[in-house]
Design a protein around this ligand. Structure first.
Ligand code: DGL
Length: 253
């Protein structure tokens, strides 16, 4: 098992932001990334539909003989992690909006939780909210991930979109904001510009550490040779793969 690759999937290229953390932490591992760009976005679909798509994504990776699967997508984690853990014999690692660290670091204000409508609606988030959400404000962001999918990480168009999206929350004193969708990590610069002075949290590093822990426990960490990364998409390869590769190298705030 030790020398098998690690499979990673997302609805599109947002999970590449998690892949970066995992590759930096585990440089000897081989990673296979699958983005279901053809069916993105997941965040405005029903739970049943997201589950069905996530099972297809996992099947793509299983064919590549992966030793673990990372669901680098908050939306698909909520809809499908429990099912995949029940049905697969390899470890399945998921994402969680970083509400816990944000609530531990909270001073006086509120915590905005930016995520897809599906993530905020699902049971998994409701449970997290009951535990750490006493000062949390869920902010559904339909349409936001599409900017990352199109490679638009900054500029006037996204600034206008974010200002409009965040208008109803202007009077709420925010201490921090949780980026509860892996695509939003690539949009950090634009989001920070729209939320001046607000501290941003994401769950990427936590997921990378969890992957390492899980592999360590099984003694499945690859400990020799240089790791590799291969990327796949269900979408337009000629357009998406170069974008994924440049996002893999992109400097993030
Ligand atoms: N990247 C995803 C997430 O973390 C989902 C975006 C979408 O497909 O709507 O939630």
């Amino acid at each position: 098992m030790r020398n098998c690759p690690i499979g990673v999937f997302d609805s599109g290229l947002g999970g590449v932001s998690v892949l970066r953390n995992m590759h930096a932490l585990l440089p000897k591992e081989d990673f296979i990334y699958f983005g279901d760009d053809k069916n993105a976005p997941y965040g405005t679909k029903t739970e049943e539909e997201i589950l069905r798509l996530a099972v297809n994504d996992a099947n793509f990776l299983l064919q590549k003989n992966v030793k673990a699967i990372v669901i680098a997508c908050n939306t698909a984690t909520s809809a499908a992690a429990a099912h995949l853990r029940q049905t697969l014999s390899i470890p399945v690692i998921g994402m969680e909006p970083a509400l816990k660290p944000a609530s531990l670091a909270r001073k006086n204000g509120y915590i905005g939780v930016l995520a897809t409508p599906a993530t905020l609606k699902q049971k998994k988030f409701q449970l997290l909210y009951e535990k750490y959400g006493s000062h949390a404000l869920p902010i559904p962001c339909p349409g936001l991930m599409e900017y990352a999918e199109r490679g638009i990480l900054e500029g006037e168009e996204i600034d206008l979109f974010l200002n409009e999206l965040l208008k109803p929350y202007r009077n709420v004193p925010l201490d921090s904001a949780v980026l509860g969708c892996t695509h939003y990590v690539f949009l950090k610069g634009a989001i920070q510009k729209a939320l001046v002075g607000v501290e941003l949290f994401d769950g990427n590093e936590g997921t990378a550490r969890q992957l390492k822990r899980v592999l360590e426990e099984r003694n499945w960490l690859k400990d020799e040779g240089e790791g590799s990364v291969s990327m796949h998409t269900s979408g337009d390869e000629a357009h998406i793969l170069p974008l994924m590769q440049s996002l893999f190298r992109e400097k993030i705030l």
